[in-house]
Design a protein around this ligand. Structure first.
Ligand code: SF4
Length: 318
């Protein structure tokens, strides 16, 4: 399944997610990744699926959810710019559906002209840029050996020079990794060079793959928002999930939780809609597990590799 949602998004309202990359194929292995550690590390583009199969699913789900989608968002299980059909797919969505398109990218491939040209077609592009220097970049993202901080910075700037859509620069704050005041001031200088960027300050809102990758305290978050002249998007999103394309509660909860933060209370609402009493049965059947993170209980798929789950540093029941 390539398409999920629509899901409520902190940045893109009601977003129909499209995942065009095999699970956990990425050019980074971020310490805060909600999908677990990267299993397929790549820095070259490929064509892993038949584009027509992806388009069929997008069109069919968009029709079932007509009037209920603000953006078709290419994101999902890994880094979407690794799929070389991305530009073609955005172009087809623009031509065939009257819905805005967005891409959530880690920015690592923007040094390539073909990637920049693909993203030019999207109405909104959200680029992660959270490090002020190589050392922090490597600690936060653990990039592919051919991805370099200065090249990424240069690629983002080149893209911004020519892009006329909505450009969001997402800064993910991880306590004691990129939250030092001097670091934030350096990061602000770098971001100021990116033309037309809207800065979004984020924190990991779902269990990160490394237990020590925790958000800073409220005071630090406020300081970062101030220094970066950004908007804080540090709260969990609220809203309903689109369920039209799912056959049952188990499929819906497993698919959504694999790609999107899903609190137990939200999973129970989904189960309710399919006439199921609770998600406890799914937990007992070991289809998903429940993890306590920052006072909220989340559902995550059994397959995700999370240090916080394995190490028992967070309370859990499985
Ligand atoms: S957070 Fe995004 S960029 Fe980082 S490893 Fe996960 S999928 Fe890749």
């Amino acid at each position: 399944m390539f398409v999920y949602g629509p899901v409520p998004s902190r940045r893109l309202e009601r977003s129909l997610g499209v995942s065009i990359i095999p699970s956990k194929m990425c050019s980074y292995s971020c310490i805060y990744c909600q999908l677990g550690r990267t299993t397929i590390m790549k820095a070259e583009r490929e064509s892993p699926y038949v584009p027509e199969d992806i388009m069929k699913e997008i069109v069919s789900t968009a029709e079932k959810n007509a009037g209920n989608i603000d953006y078709i968002t290419f994101a999902g299980d890994g880094e979407p710019t690794l799929n070389k059909d991305l530009g073609y797919l955005i172009g087809r969505c623009n031509e065939e559906l009257k819905i805005k398109t967005a891409v959530l990218t880690n920015g690592s491939m923007l040094s390539l002209a073909d990637v920049r040209s693909d993203l030019m077609k999207a109405d909104a592009v959200n680029v992660t840029f959270s490090a002020p220097n190589t050392a922090v970049f490597e600690k936060l993202h653990r990039p592919h050996k051919n991805i370099f901080f200065e090249k990424v910075r240069e690629g983002v700037n080149k893209f911004a020079e020519d892009y006329s859509g909505r450009l969001m620069i997402e800064v993910m704050l991880v306590d004691k990794v990129n939250t030092d005041r001097e670091m934030l001031i350096s990061l602000r200088r770098i971001i100021d060079e990116i033309k037309g960027a809207e800065v979004l300050v984020m924190i990991p809102t779902r269990p990160p793959c490394e237990a020590w990758a925790v958000p800073p305290d409220e005071e630090k978050i406020a300081e970062a928002i101030n220094i970066l002249n950004g908007t804080g998007t540090t709260e969990m999103e609220i809203g309903e999930f689109g369920l039209a394309e799912f056959c049952g509660a188990e499929e819906a909860i497993t698919e959504i939780s694999a790609r999107h933060p899903l609190r137990v209370s939200q999973a129970e609402m989904i189960a309710d809609k399919f006439g199921k009493k609770s998600v406890q049965e799914m937990i007992a059947k070991k289809l998903v597990k429940s993890v306590l993170y920052r006072g909220e209980r989340f559902i995550i798929p059994m397959s995700l590799s999370h240090e916080s789950v394995r190490s028992g540093k967070e309370k859990r029941d499985e």
